[in-house]
Design a protein around this ligand. Sequence first.
Ligand code: UGY
Ligand code: MN
Length: 248
Amino acid sequence: MKISALTRSVVTRSHAVISPDGHVNSVVPGWTNCRVNVLINEKMGAHLAQTLITAEPDTVISGNTETGQIFFYVISGQCTAKVDEQDKTLLDGHFVYVPAGHSYRLDEFTTGTQILTFHKVYEPLEGYKRPPFIFGNAENVDGPAFLGDPALRLQVLLPEDLSFDMAVNIFTYDPGGHLPFVETHVMEHGLLYLQGQGIYMLDHEWYPVKKGDAIWMAPYCQQWFTAMGKEPAVYIYYKNVNRFPTTL
Ligand code: UGY
Ligand code: MN
């Protein structure tokens, strides 16, 4: 018998692990006929939001980013995305970055299409134009070795340009691969496991994690990961970048 009083999900002041067994749906105006799980948002203490959408053929995801920006990533399935009068068919691994002040519409989904979103309020930078909208395919993005270790590969999906204040990267670890040191940093992360499994250390607590799990790491949440099992562990993650680090 499965014991329903148990979960791997944990929410603390500095981090959260959200496993699919705890997902509860939200109704989001403009996002119709779909399941939306809000995995991370400000109520947790985060400065980003992360959602998981499960769509059907009659789903429509539409709105305007206003002062925010949204990164849509197709985990699996197919849909059509329209931004600024441009249409694109999106398949597994394709993504759309919609900058602040733009309208978007995603429709024509195949049954069960899963979309991940990252949201952040845009912080303009004097002397730099706002970023353009971007369609991309993770398959076409190089994955060089991370800090010289060929067991770890990092794909950077958005341009490394100061007009962007958020990064979205895909990190692949071969079994046994691990972060070379415990990271202690001011940047925040939102993350979703796309494949495989391993152990994440968050502020000196140890969590088994696997495909489908989401993680939030607040600024200065200490972090380390090692991959386990027979296949590479892959996660996609958000990071705030490129802005002056203090208001002082
Ligand atoms: O970009 C990063 O900070 C990344 N190495 N962190 C992480 O994977 N937890
Ligand atoms: Mn990090």
